[in-house]
Design a protein around this ligand. Structure first.
Ligand code: NDP
Length: 491
């Protein structure tokens, strides 16, 4: 016997079934609320080049997991890796909460994920996105290297970047004692006193990373308790030279022009201000989403995170999805990012099936692939000693651009291929040298290298520039152009 509510449910089911049975009616024809949508005319694909059914912007856990699912669903998938291939996880040490691994190095996990996605056919582009145009379909993506890519769907996985403190001295001493990457810079703080600013899980990870090197590590927390997970807080007990100072707010970073010497702290409990003498400041105060490319194009919330529709990874534009830290301010875990990347790829695959992207259409896309990138040998010199290094600088008749790196520094390793590419591009105008600071510590110490990656530029035998940020290819091109007096186009 049916009661009244059963009848209502049955009626609704019939209504949905009949709507879906109208010839030519697909899910995408059902009004989509706040979405912007296009007419998805597959015949347009014939006149376009570099067409990919799925284009993923970003290559952290969300991007690589989306790539794995997209490629495995036999939809040609392109991953545009961005300036930090592998994402922030490459900067952490051991990851202990990735299901299936008791402990795995962040960079190894990302390498495995990349290989798995590539195994199923995902393609990778070592380039960064400069502009997106989602007002037309196929969507148009322009890269810093000047490529134009047409995407039937886009998955945005651009992640988040460390937040700065925005206090006096922070910019001035950036790379001279202020940093956000303990895994890169901890070895420079052997027997030194350092602070880690922040009360979250990142602050604990940074302090533990510093523990084998620094003499004294103080975690500065602005409240009277830490936000970090209790299990992570318990880990600090195993590191007796790590202590936590509560109710302190950093107000200024002070130094002697060359290096940080202290941090001014306001104690919000007793309203006193003191300068704490220290040698290094490691910032771990959270992240902001990397969404500047998408401002005024897709819907963002007041903090800049991408807004999703319902329980999907769909953004405010149909066919454009987002996954990972760029849309998730709540969980911000690698495993969650990977899961959301998978959901985004499933959403994209369903959408592609729905608009009729079948094997025949995919084959048409295949004929208009990206031309294979020509790989040229790098022209970077390696030096074996401080004497040889200084000899090269003295004898050079062109500007000398030096990249200081170490293979334990993921950001440095991500920057090396860009440095090699730029060395090829500017081969007639400058000399390029790379220095492994782990093998040649005397060069690092003589030239005050205390944060890597670091670029020094020498002109006429003298130091002409010092750059402490990790740089993508176009930033390196601009730097080289600035010192050789040319534009990248004139190379
Ligand atoms: P969180 O947002 O969790 O923590 C940021 C910390 O910085 C908070 O303690 C915050 O203080 C403090 N802070 C923010 N602004 C300032 C400021 N201007 N001055 C002083 N202190 C400030 O960021 P995390 O990067 O630590 O973590 C991000 C996410 O990644 C979290 O979900 C975390 O669980 C996860 N994560 C997990 C790890 C693991 O499990 N192994 C490792 C690292 C990160 P307040 O509390 O007062 O707001």
């Amino acid at each position: 016997m049916f009661n009244r509510s059963c009848l209502v449910v049955v009626g609704l089911v019939f209504a949905v079934i009949s709507l879906l049975s109208i010839p030519g009616c697909k899910l995408s024809d059902i009004p989509t609320g706040g979405f912007q949508s296009h007419s998805y005319d597959l015949s347009k694909l014939d006149c376009k080049e570099n067409v990919f059914p799925i284009v993923i912007i970003g290559s952290g856990p969300a991007g690589l997991s989306a790539g794995l699912y997209g490629a495995r669903a036999k939809k040609k998938t392109l991953i545009i890796e961005g300036s930090k291939p592998g994402g922030l996880l490459t900067e952490t040490s051991y990851v202990e909460n990735w299901p299936g691994f008791k402990a795995i190095l962040g960079k190894d996990l990302m390498k495995e994920l990349k290989e798995q996605a590539a195994h199923f056919g995902a393609q990778f582009l070592d380039d960064s996105v400069e502009k997106v145009d989602f007002s037309q379909w196929p969507f148009v993506i322009s890269t810093e290297d000047g490529k134009t890519i047409h995407a039937l769907t886009v998955i945005i996985t651009t992640g988040a970047s460390p937040t700065p403190l925005n206090i006096p001295g922070e910019q001035e001493y950036w790379g001279k004692g202020v940093t956000t990457c303990a895994i890169c810079d901890a070895p420079f703080y052997q027997n030194k006193d350092v602070v880690v600013v922040g009360g979250g899980d990142s602050a604990i990870a940074e302090a533990i990373q510093l523990s084998p090197y620094a003499k004294k590590i103080t975690i500065l927390v602005r409240k009277d308790k830490m936000r970090a997970a209790p299990t992570n807080q318990e880990l600090l007990a195993g590191h007796p030279h790590v202590s936590v100072m509560y109710n302190v707010e950093p107000k200024k970073i002070v130094g002697d022009d060359k290096h940080v010497t202290g941090i001014e702290l306001f104690n919000n409990k007793d309203n006193t201000t003191n300068v704490m003498p220290i040698d290094g400041v490691f910032l771990a105060i959270g992240h902001k989403p990397n969404t500047s490319l998408f401002k005024d194009i897709i819907e963002l919330d007041k903090n800049g995170y991408i807004v999703l529709q319902g329980h999907t990874q769909q953004t405010s534009i149909q066919g454009v999805y987002a996954a990972g830290d760029v849309e998730d301010h709540r969980y911000r875990q690698a495993g969650v990012a990977a899961g959301s990347g998978i959901k985004a790829a499933l959403d994209a695959d369903m959408f592609l099936n729905e608009i009729g992207v079948n094997a025949e259409v995919a084959a048409r896309c295949d004929q208009k692939q990206l031309a294979p990138v020509e790989i040229m040998p790098p022209l970077v010199k390696h030096v074996a000693s401080l004497t040889e290094f200084e000899q090269q600088i003295k004898e050079a008749t062109k500007p000398v651009i030096v990249d200081f790196y170490a293979d334990y520094c993921p950001t440095c390793m991500a920057m090396l291929p860009h440095f090699n590419a730029v060395s090829q591009q500017f081969k007639d105008l400058a000399v390029f040298i790379s220095v492994d600071i782990a093998a040649l510590p005397d060069i690092a110490s003589k030239y005050f290298i205390n944060k890597i990656p670091c670029i020094l530029v020498f002109k006429d035998g003298s130091l002409a520039g010092r750059f402490n940020n990790s740089m993508n290819k176009s930033e390196l091109q601009q730097l080289a152009a600035q010192f050789v007096g040319a534009t990248p186009a004139e190379k």
